[in-house]
Design a protein around this ligand. Structure first.
Ligand code: ZN
Length: 556
């Protein structure tokens, strides 16, 4: 005889339009048995009444459709971001508000490493940096050499696409003025004209450094400790299902995931997406590899997603924009995958029956993806494919209408409205296009299935914050970017539950509270539908329930 547990709550937001609210939910075998009032629960026979959520608000477990498990382990490196940020232990690291402060912090870390007995052979690796907040001055070896001329320094930008290194690292990696690899930036004028600046854009250029420092830092392989740390962070944000949207899925990666997620102590369901670019596999082998993993799926671990990538980062000026290009006149960005290669590889994965998520940051990349996918779907129609464009930050109404016609989904990067909204307005794309950055209302008007995301660790994991961005569209300077693109709180809550669940082909299992679905809940202290829209980001999370198991978030 299986056990039934009935949870009364102050309010249950179901996200099921047929029954939007309830006071009780019954759970049996990790699934939702009934939703409604106590009388409806009693109709199912014996039950245990568990009143721990009696004064809480329940909603479906939140779904993060684009983030990275690295959010849990990136703190093994040194944080150099502009915004204050809390690490998984709850410590808040102050933002660094000038290039000088960044250099001073690096010099301090170098000194600490030295007194801990770590000599010059050990590189200093840091993350979260973005020079765009300092008014457009780019970082070069001249800055970093002030921190150390002898220890290699490697800094990854918060966008994950760009790296800066000092002269010691350039020497170690043998990067000179003769290097022809695309993305190795050189001084355009001055005494050093033609010499590398130390800025390396996108994978081909970054690889010159990565092959020398091995798996240290930026490309450190996933560990169980990292997955555990990610799960703890996710619980604090009410997230029960998350993607790891670039994973090589080597034997080691799969072992770590399978061993960690077999443990009932993990409060998270993970969907790792196979890295189908810059890999050692051709697309046909890649598709076989992903398909061979499918029989190993469990409730908490779901293989089957494929991640492709077209362009770079808008705020890093490596994304591909259509006319009129970058507002500040920067040259157009980089094709991380050449368009013809993208189309050929996409077709291979598509024909293999897999679900493909494509990174397209700026509008030329989004248009190239839509053109390619339209041709592939003409050659190889497939019902209900749910292929998804990820980020899609500059997609306009005509492109959304084409996406709707092709059955494509959009997962928009609304956290950009806050984190880079002012920089997009003033520097990267200018007012016209910044006012339709991450155009959620246009996507919904066109009928495109919509999800929104954080891309953690690019920005912090927190779907209620991501929803707050989509609802309010405010920037740190107080601008509202395109009032007409605001969406309502219920629409935004859909875009962090059922919306992403649809893009992951899991909407039949998760994303709403109704009979038959997994008992996944986000447990809140406040009611997101009752607070002011500007307070949505401050709604307090108590913890989560994953397939019927209760997890209280760690309190700081
Ligand atoms: Zn990402």
């Amino acid at each position: 005889m299986t056990q039934t547990t009935v949870y009364p709550a102050r309010k249950i937001i179901t996200m099921n339009p047929m029954q939007p609210e309830a006071t009780h939910v019954a759970v049996r075998d990790g699934r939702i048995l009934a939703v409604g009032d106590l009388a409806r629960m009693q109709a199912w026979g014996d039950y245990t009444l568990d009143e721990r959520f009696a004064d809480k608000v329940l909603m479906p477990g939140l779904v993060e459709g684009h983030c990275h498990l690295k959010e849990g382990s990136v703190w093994d490196m040194h944080y150099l971001g502009w915004f204050d940020r809390r690490d998984p232990q709850g410590k808040v690291w102050s933002g660094l508000r000038s290039m000088e402060a960044v250099v001073a912090r690096l010099a301090e870390i170098d000194a600490q490493m030295r007194s801990a007995g770590k000599g010059d052979a050990e590189p200093l690796i840091a993350w979260g940096f973005d020079p765009i907040y300092f008014g457009g001055e780019r970082m070069t070896v001249e800055h970093l050499d002030r921190a150390s001329t002898t220890r290699s320094i490697v800094i990854t930008h918060s966008n994950g696409h760009i790296m800066n290194v000092n002269s010691a690292m350039l020497r170690l990696a043998d990067i000179t003025r003769d290097n022809e690899v695309e993305g190795v930036v050189k001084f355009r004028s001055g005494a050093n004209a033609g010499e590398p600046t130390g800025e390396l854009q996108e994978p081909a250029a970054k690889f010159l450094v990565i092959r020398k420092i091995g798996d240290a830092g930026v490309l450190a392989p996933m560990t169980e400790a990292g997955v555990r740390s990610f799960a703890a962070l996710a619980c604090m944000q009410g997230v029960t299902t998350a993607t790891d949207l670039v994973n090589k899925l080597t034997d080691t990666d799969c072992k770590v995931l399978e061993s960690a997620l077999a443990d009932d102590a993990y409060s998270i369901r993970i969907l790792p997406a196979f890295q189908a670019f810059h890999g050692t596999h051709g697309a046909a082998l890649g598709a076989e590899h992903v398909k061979s993993l499918l029989p190993r799926n469990t409730d908490r671990l779901r293989y089957g997603l494929v991640k492709m990538m077209l362009d770079g980062s808008i705020q890093g000026f490596s994304a591909r924009l259509r006319w009129p290009g970058y507002f500040n006149g920067a040259p157009n960005g980089i094709w991380v995958t050449a368009p013809a290669q993208y189309e050929a590889d996409f077709e291979t994965y598509h024909r293999a029956g897999l679900l493909i998520h494509t990174h397209t940051n700026a509008d030329e990349a989004s248009e190239v993806a839509i053109d390619a996918i339209e041709r592939v779907l003409t050659r190889a129609p497939r019902p209900d494919h749910r292929h998804t464009l990820q980020h899609g930050q500059m997609i306009d109404a005509p492109l959304f209408r084409r996406m709707a016609a092709l059955g494509l989904c959009a997962n928009l990067f609304t956290n950009h409205l806050w984190y880079w909204g002012d920089q997009h307005y003033e520097m990267t794309m200018g007012p016209d296009r910044a006012n339709r950055l991450d155009a959620c209302a246009s996507a919904l008007a066109a009928g495109v299935p919509l999800a929104i995301h954080s891309d953690a660790p690019v920005t912090p994991l927190g779907p209620l914050f991501t929803a707050w961005c989509a609802v309010n569209r405010v920037t740190p300077s107080g601008r509202v970017l395109g009032e007409a693109e605001r969406i309502s709180v219920p629409q935004a809550l859909h875009a962090i539950t059922l919306g992403p669940a649809w893009t992951l082909k899991l909407d039949h299992e998760i994303g709403s509270i109704e009979c038959g679905k997994r008992a996944d809940f986000c447990v809140l202290e406040d009611d997101p539908l009752a607070v002011e829209p500007m307070a949505l980001k401050d709604v307090r999370v108590w913890g989560t329930v994953l397939s019927g198991r209760v997890f209280e978030a760690r309190k700081d």
